[in-house]
Design a protein around this ligand. Structure first.
Ligand code: C2E
Ligand code: CA
Ligand code: CA
Length: 467
């Protein structure tokens, strides 16, 4: 089926009607990829159906390999499309060189190829082909003036055992390909029923999250933050949970990544802002409320508008609001401008999880943060490790010089609290003071604490820890 039209010989055929010629070339063009001259997706689909029929008739097996070029987008971005095109042509040539006459190859997407290995006599034959292909790929592709390293991930499904129709077989090979791509130890996978279709799981979670938002299943918990100079509550950090009807409270790390990937963090994040500001308005004292912002909110949402709306609806003054961001928020010109406008409103900006990223120092320089939150990993290590202690001390010193305050996170013992006090941290947050608690519980916690303060028992914190 992989026919190239030789124009000179065609031109020699004077008697062929131009209509037939045009029809032939149109049919060729619609079924082939111009760049590699390989069959395209359309011809591949027809050929896969045909292979099912013939293999059924002859009672033989065949294998479908889906091949995906790793980081092809980077190759295009870094070296330009001309180099990208050359790489694709080289890969196509190398692949074709490893196949038998009876096999079939197509380019079915920008950086995707499909191979039908037919007939297949035992799985080992498929493994041998993959080994040969991977060996061929180890030689970098010379393109333009550079050598480009290419990697291929391969997903394989065998017919008829894995799938009895084209659709079924394609799905299996695709699931295997996805598994191969996400597995750093191996670059190919055979389909088996045990492979988890992680994309299907993600789609299911995405749907569930959408419902959860509509059914108002998200709740905010609040964790008090202690001011070390006054020993009074300084404010609370709002932490989201999913109150799942069957699973109970689900931790944010289990659903925030999917909410981010799907963009659902936009509406959910807006709800978090609204809910936290309205809850803070029920407290006995005008304490601060800290809210975590996801990088995706900066990319996809008008954070400034969302914050302004939450403040206006709740009536909470901007100076009570603290927004926590991590280094994963890319400080583009636009993001920096948003943060600057928020600061001008009176909102504080805190740098969360300080010290865990790759470039904490340069990040610190790129925006005048109001506060640094020292990551709990340093606090946890501080009693046993002089390194953690040194990092904490240095961070507090740096923050002081930059006129920023510091909150130490994850404080679980009196010993840690005292050491942090000595080191000069401004605030502490952690299970020692209290665990995150519900909207109602935090309101009474603040009221109780206030009462204890006015009775002169300021040093004794009511510990009413709720998971
Ligand atoms: P984070 O911002 O660093 O939040 C602090 C986490 O440490 C919370 O976990 C809190 O429950 C936990 N924690 C507090 N004190 C202690 C302690 O003494 N010991 C230990 N071992 N842990 C302590 P949580 O609530 O599971 O939240 C995890 C992460 O999920 C947060 O880390 C934050 O990155 C993200 N997250 C939570 N709520 C939100 C939200 O509303 N929006 C966004 N975008 N992310 C959120
Ligand atoms: Ca935080
Ligand atoms: Ca943190």
């Amino acid at each position: 089926m992989d026919i190239a039209i030789d124009t000179t010989s065609l031109l020699g055929l004077r008697h062929v009607k131009t209509g037939i010629l045009r029809a032939a070339s149109e049919s060729y063009l619609s079924r082939h990829d111009i760049l590699t001259r390989l069959p395209n997706r359309l011809l591949f689909a027809e050929e896969l159906k045909r292979t099912f029929l013939t293999s059924h008739r002859s009672g033989t097996d065949f294998a479908l390999h889906l091949l995906d070029l790793g980081r092809f987008k980077d190759i295009n971005d870094n070296h330009g499309h001309a180099v990208g095109d050359e790489v694709i042509q080289t890969v196509a040539r190398r692949l074709r060189g490893r196949l038998r006459k009876s096999d079939f190859i197509a380019r079915i997407g920008g950086d995707e190829f499909a191979v039908i290995q037919r007939p297949l006599v035992g799985r080992q034959q498929a493994v041998d082909l993959i080994t040969a292909i991977q060996a061929a790929m180890r030689v970098p592709c010379a393109a333009g003036n550079t050598d480009v390293e290419v990697a291929l991930a391969i997903g394989v499904a065998v017919a008829p055992s894995d799938g009895k129709t084209s659709t079924e077989l394609m799905k299996c090979a695709d699931v295997a390909l996805y598994a191969a791509k996400s597995d750093p130890d191996s670059n190919y996978r055979f389909y088996d029923t045990g492979i988890k279709d992680s994309r299907a799981e993600r789609r299911a979670l995405e749907g569930a999250l959408r419902n959860a938002h509509e059914n108002k299943e998200f709740v905010l918990f609040y964790q008090p933050i202690l001011d070390l100079a006054t020993n009074r509550i300084w404010g609370c950090e709002a932490l989201v949970r999913w109150n799942h009807p069957v699973k109970g409270m689900v931790a944010p790390l289990e659903f925030i990544p999917t909410a981010e990937e799907s963009g659902l963090i936009g509406p959910i994040g807006d709800w978090i802002l609204d809910e936290a500001c309205s809850a803070a308005m029920t407290w006995d004292r005008p304490l601060k409320v800290a809210i975590n912002l996801s990088p995706v909110q900066f990319k996809r949402r008008d954070v400034f508008a969302s914050v302004k709306r939450a403040l206006a609806t709740s009536g909470m003054p901007a100076r009570r609001l603290v927004l926590e961001i991590t280094e994963s928020v890319k400080l583009t010109e636009e993001a920096t401008a948003t943060l600057t406008r928020l600061k001008a409103l009176g909102v504080s900006i805190a740098l969360d999880d300080f010290g865990t990223g790759y470039a904490s120092m340069s990040y610190l320089r790129s925006f005048p943060f109001d506060k640094i939150k020292i990551d709990q990993s340093f606090v946890r290590g501080m009693m046993g490790s002089p390194d953690s202690r040194a990092i904490i001390k240095a961070t507090i010193g740096l923050a002081n010089d930059l006129k920023m305050s510091t909150t130490a996170e994850g404080v679980e013992t009196e010993e840690q609290l005292n050491a942090l006090r000595l080191a000069g941290a401004s605030q502490a947050q952690g299970y020692l003071i209290a665990k995150p608690m519900s909207r109602d519980a935090i309101a009474s916690f603040i009221a109780d604490h206030e009462r204890a303060q006015s009775n002169g028992q300021g040093k004794k914190l009511p510990v009413r820890a709720i998971a």
